[in-house]
Design a protein around this ligand. Structure first.
Ligand code: KIV
Length: 285
């Protein structure tokens, strides 16, 4: 537990990497989990639009709106005041134009208290990153498996496996860095491609989600790392604790005890003084 930790800052992230320490990053979507992650010393939280799947039960991230993102990101900020907080730009909140991107990034900053935003895409989205950064908002690019383009990518699968596709991701990373992204997330690309991009990055930190150990830090989806998403368990996610099993066992215990009338026990309710109860009965008579 880190009761008195200092607020993570942008220079703090770069210093951590310069000191040879990997950055720790998890997704999070709610106040109580944010509190635990802050207490555990997690450096960065992503309020991902994956909340459409993990919290709202959709089959993809596409139905998620800016209002959904704002509500969850503000709740996470209240629970985790010390982490570097990333708001994830949802589908069609930045693709239509640079101006749309700047307006929605501004909403994130003003209405949630997050520290920066993340958006998906490479060369084609570099002008959105530049516009947002020029507006004074730190920005993260996301390459490789980009869930908002899952239909075009042909499913949730490894990206950049061939030399040609790997070169395209390298070019995308360069374009994002040149546009001013301070960080680039590589999701599900081969480890050696991630290593190359990390070695070539000059001003951007490179993060890995399922892309191997050679990046400046690691991201995991919280629900994968704690076995809380019932539909799918990706190979890239280690389960650090089976919270799903713990909660299920607790729920079964609750159902059993209420059914058996062993809950509530005497310590779980409040009584009333005899004289007040007698008075009440008199009033009722
Ligand atoms: O929405 C999200 O959680 C993400 C991760 C998959 C990187 O964008």
């Amino acid at each position: 537990m880190t009761e008195t930790r200092k607020k993570m800052t942008l220079p703090g992230l770069f210093k951590k990497v310069a000191d040879g320490q990997p950055i720790t990053w998890l997704t999070c979507y709610d106040y109580p989990t944010a509190y635990l992650q802050d207490q555990a010393g997690v450096d960065m939280i992503l309020v991902g639009d994956s909340l459409g799947m993990t919290m709202l039960g959709y089959d993809s991230t596409l139905p998620v709106t800016m209002d959904d993102m704002i509500r969850h990101t503000a709740a996470v900020r209240r629970g985790a005041p010390n982490v570097w907080l990333v708001g994830d730009m949802p589908y069609m909140s930045y693709q239509p134009s640079v101006e749309t991107a700047i307006r929605n990034a501004g909403r994130f900053m003003a209405e949630t208290g997050c520290d920066c935003i993340k958006l998906e895409g490479g060369v084609a989205m570099a002008d959105r990153i530049k516009g947002i950064v020029d507006a004074g908002i730190p920005a993260i690019g996301h390459l490789g498996l980009t869930p908002q383009s899952v239909s075009a990518l042909g499913g949730f699968k490894l990206q950049g496996k061939s030399a040609t596709l790997a070169k395209k991701i390298l070019d995308d990373a360069k374009a994002l860095e040149d546009a001013g992204a301070f960080m680039i997330l590589l999701e599900l690309v081969p480890d050696r491609l991630c290593q190359l991009i990390t070695a070539r990055a000059k001003n951007a930190l490179i993060m890995s989600l399922g892309s191997g150990p050679h990046a400046h830090g690691q991201l995991l989806i919280y629900h994968d790392a704690f076995a809380l998403y019932p539909k799918f368990k990706p190979k890239m996610a280690k389960v650090f604790a089976d919270a799903g099993a713990v909660i299920r066992a607790g729920l079964e215990g609750y159902v059993q005890e209420v059914t058996a009338k062993t809950f509530p026990a005497r310590e779980h309710w409040f009584g009333m003084p005899d004289e007040e109860y007698d008075e009440l009965l008199k009033v009722l008579d």
